[in-house]
Design a protein around this ligand. Structure first.
Ligand code: FAD
Ligand code: DLZ
Ligand code: SF4
Length: 509
């Protein structure tokens, strides 16, 4: 019988992976590879690379213990090829294998590279997700608008999570209106479970420091879980201490508090160390046992079986050109403050600073601070996308691109968002304490020290009037703008233009 190569990618670290299930331990050979092309197609945060390499190495050990023949290539081995296809060819020659079994990667770039590889590659569907491509296509078929809320209800029915017969527990599907409390003065949860680097991780940290130490992001103080057992412990730790308040403060932001009550498990879920149903089951059980309120459990489960599955569905439905979309025609370069350049904006400094330190920022920081600013300032969507893909430990295109191109930048023309997520400084002021320590004043709409979000918000509304004034959800804001006196409007636009010119000239904003 012929030997096949079984490809296991860095984010496919699950023992029930379809490619492993479809293979035969007694004759097939598993290929795992740390390769330059994957580690460098965007300048990944060093912590993201270290997390993946360490988790890959430990997963290879686990597979060997389970009886697999694993050919593992390290980045610093001179024999290692530049890319995944080169590695497959090398291992084919070494083992005599003539075909490859793989689970579909989560990025079109890599799917296309595998299809172009001069070895026959069978791509199996990635059934670690709850919704297959076919199911998503069937759901999307014939709908005028692909709204997440309706998709989410289907997933609730399908999984039976938080259901009583055919009805949602508590009599409603969604408790989001309870999940918008601003941050309280202090946080009673110490944040995610931290793991001291073991020997495998320490070796990887040296390698990453040597090869990728110049990338944006700190490598010091690495604490991520790097195997399934640790990831399970991190989940249990959060369910105990973080989940009870997760719902209430999901949208809050607080200076110096990088994690608040968030799960910080997306990197584990996306790499395959945790499975979506397992985390939702644990959360549902906590609610049923009276250890967490319903708005927290429902809010979390909606993110995982709703948003996470929905954005993946959109990415694969829309196809490889999704990441090139730029519906609003934005063309500004990403300002240097995204890479740690100086800024007087406290909210941006906090969001970017913790991103640099942890390869993590929570959803509202990504959406309403860094995403909001890029959208208001008219930054080219592709550059924004590549930044998010690089700097977060949980970022792979299937999940990052719909969130950035679609939800955050409206560059898909409104497939995901029914209106752009833009706001003036008011929203950040309401949900955080950032404005207190800022060089700008959130209450100033114009003049010296006016909050940049206040100026750019109206600039955005004005420059995209043709597209958005007919949107019923934005009509009120256009009426407010039109009621402003003409001189004031002119001043706002002129000051916004000055600010944008300053950004373009590389000045400090
Ligand atoms: P929690 O707040 O504890 O939420 C629980 C879980 O729900 C997360 O672990 C995640 O798996 C899931 N989830 C929540 N929101 C989303 C969402 N919008 N899309 C998909 N899953 C979601 N998430 C990624 O996993 N990878 C990305 O590359 C990514 N890029 C983003 C880019 C932008 C511009 C925005 C606005 C959001 C992005 N998100 C991304 C979604 C979200 O910000 C992260 O999933 C979340 O911050 C992860 O932190 P957490 O585990 O503490 O999440
Ligand atoms: C993100 C990443 C990095 C940094 N390095 C590797 C690697 O060396 N080997 C590998 O198999 N995968 C890596 N990955 C993940 C892939 O680039 C890619 O993002 C996912 O497999 C897409 O689902
Ligand atoms: Fe951000 Fe404006 Fe508040 Fe400063 S004043 S922190 S720029 S919202």
């Amino acid at each position: 019988m012929v030997t096949r190569l079984v490809l296991v990618l860095g984010d496919q670290l699950s023992e029930d992976l379809s490619a492993l299930r479809g293979a035969d331990k007694t004759r097939d050979v598993v290929v795992m590879a740390e390769v330059r092309d994957e580690a460098a197609y965007v300048p990944h945060h060093p912590k993201k690379i270290a997390f993946l390499f360490s988790a890959m190495r430990k997963f290879a050990v686990r597979l060997r213990a389970a009886g697999w023949d694993v050919r593992y290539s390290r980045l610093d081995d001179p024999e290692t090829g530049a890319g995944i296809c080169a590695e497959l060819l090398r291992r084919a020659e070494e083992t005599g294998a003539s075909e490859v079994l793989a689970t579909q990667p989560g990025e079109w770039r890599l799917i296309e590279a595998l299809k172009a590889c001069p070895l026959p590659v069978t791509l199996l569907s990635d059934d670690r997700f709850l919704c297959s491509h076919a199911e998503f296509e069937a759901w999307a078929d014939g709908r005028k608008a692909l709204r997440m809320e309706y998709f989410y209800r289907e997933m609730r029915r399908k999984t039976g999570l938080l259901m009583e017969g055919g009805d949602p527990v508590g009599g409603q599907w969604n408790f989001d209106h309870d999940n918008r409390k601003p941050a309280p003065g202090s946080v009673d949860f110490g944040g995610p479970k931290r793991f001291a680097p073991d020997e495998v991780t320490r070796e990887v940290l040296d390698l990453v420091r040597d090869r990728f130490g110049g990338n944006f992001g700190d490598l010091d103080d690495f604490w991520f879980a790097t195997d399934r057992e640790q990831a399970r412990r991190a989940l249990a730790h959060w369910v105990e201490g973080g989940l009870p308040n997760f719902g209430d403060y999901q949208d809050a932001m607080l200076t110096g508090e990088r994690f608040l009550w968030h799960g910080v498990i997306s990197m584990y879920l996306n790499a395959g160390l945790l499975a979506p149903m397992e985390v939702c089951d644990v959360v549902e059980r906590a609610w049923r046992d009276g250890k967490a309120p319903l708005n927290a459990a429902e809010g979390f489960i909606r993110q995982v079986i709703g948003w996470r599955e929905y954005v993946r569905g959109i990415y694969f439905l829309e196809g490889p050109d999704y990441v090139t979309r730029n519906a609003l025609g934005h063309d500004r370069d990403l300002p240097s403050m995204y890479w740690g350049g100086e800024t007087g904006m406290q909210c941006m400094a906090e969001a970017v600073g913790q991103t640099r330190a942890e390869a993590y920022a929570h959803h509202i920081q990504r959406l309403m601070v860094t995403g909001n600013f890029a959208l208001l300032a008219g930054v080219e969507a592709r550059q924004v996308h590549e930044w998010y893909l690089a700097v977060y430990a949980d970022a792979y295109e299937w999940v990052e691109a719909p969130n950035t191109i679609g939800m955050s930048q409206f560059a898909d023309g409104g497939i995901i968002a029914s209106k752009p997520y833009v706001s003036s400084g008011n929203y950040i002021h309401k949900m955080s304490d950032y404005c207190k320590g800022c060089a700008y004043s959130v209450t100033k709409k114009t003049g010296e020290g006016a909050c940049p979000f206040n100026l750019l918000y109206w600039h955005f509304m004005d420059r995209h009037r043709d597209r958005f004034e007919g949107n019923p959800r934005m009509a009120q804001m256009y009426r407010t703008w039109d009621r402003m006196n003409a001189d004031k409007r002119e001043t706002v636009l002129a000051e916004a233009e000055d600010l944008l010119a300053r950004l373009d000239a590389g000045g400090v904003v």
